[in-house]
Design a protein around this ligand. Sequence first.
Ligand code: DSN
Length: 426
Amino acid sequence: MSNVQERAATGHEFLERSLEEVDGQIAGAIRLETERQNTTLELIASENHVSRAVLTAMGSVFTNKYAEGYPGKRYYGGCGPTDIVETIAIERAMKLFGAEHANVQPHSGSQANMAVYFSVLKPGDTIMGMDLAHGGHLTHGHPLSYSGRDFKVVAYHVRKNDETIDYDEMEQLALEHKPRLIICGASAYSRVIDFKRIRDIADRAGSLMMADIAHIAGLVVTGNHPSPVPYADFVTTTTHKTLRGPRAGLVLCKAQYAKDLDRALFPGIQGGPLVHIIAAKAVAFQEAATPEFREYQGQVVRNARALAAAMGEAGFRIISGGTDNHLFMADVFVKGTTGKDAQNFLEAANITVNKNTIPFDTQKPMVASGIRIGTPAVTTRGLREPEMKSIAQFIARVLDSKGDGSVIAAVRKEVMALCARFPIYE
Ligand code: DSN
């Protein structure tokens, strides 16, 4: 037997084969997705287009490595390069956010939040979070999430008159229920969150404070939104939204909670870390510390404001009257279309949004009266205020026609022409 044949018998022949050779179906689906992203206006507020550098780190040989434990304290041999990666990621995260401690191992935002809960809460403790229907998040105490099953949940809301967080209600509920943890942060809220006020409320109620900044992390590190780090005991985030890194999570905390937090994450809820993803987080933190990233985040906000204003002029009701961040919700039901239909009509025209309930919605969540629109992804590909006006007109034409086939076809053509002027991945 030749050396080549012997090695082939061990499975070695797979090592150097291209994806096309090994699996044409998955290679085909990746081509389709690349094409979809290139020819679509991506307005889902929680999505973005990462850099080649981040993609390369994610696709690196670190996916082969087991590294349970933390730098310098691993349960496996061969962790030298892994320790370099994780240490750099931790140091960059602490510097970027100005935090006393960072854990870069959470696989997701949900697990980042779970690690915080498991480090300071016991089953049955009371937590307080923003109602999902008013813009909060599943993991902030929704009954269908672990966070709503294991803990007693008190929810705060936005005010009916201006659709902004009702801090008076938050304070009154906090003083009444004395939650062990007050959670702030949102997935569908377009206004500045007053972290200082929430800290004051937490102090008066004897509560700990956690800020989940998954949506606004990129704005926070560039000064486009106030930072919760000086105020919150814990700050959690995903790394793939405005932060424009790999799909994953991160926890920051005060030094006094570091040990318990690290233990709650590993071995508490996770096993081996995804070292290739941690490498990509380190790359994203490096990118986020640049002047170009600061300029990008500023443009994200300017674009969101321009798009919200143009949608308002086109007759949609903008929840809370506008936006301070990267997203806004538009009430499409005022024009007689449900959020569900709007999402589908727009998808047919190569514009991706998600249906979203609006505060005090009369429709079920799977139908909804609104759509959520965000500008991180379209800003990454280089679009600015003039293009935001065009996008508002595209959306208005499609929705005003109630999904008429010929209108969708005409808009789709214009969307694709716009996308072709702003290419992303080759
Ligand atoms: N699914 C995310 C979002 O779209 O906001 C939150 O988990």
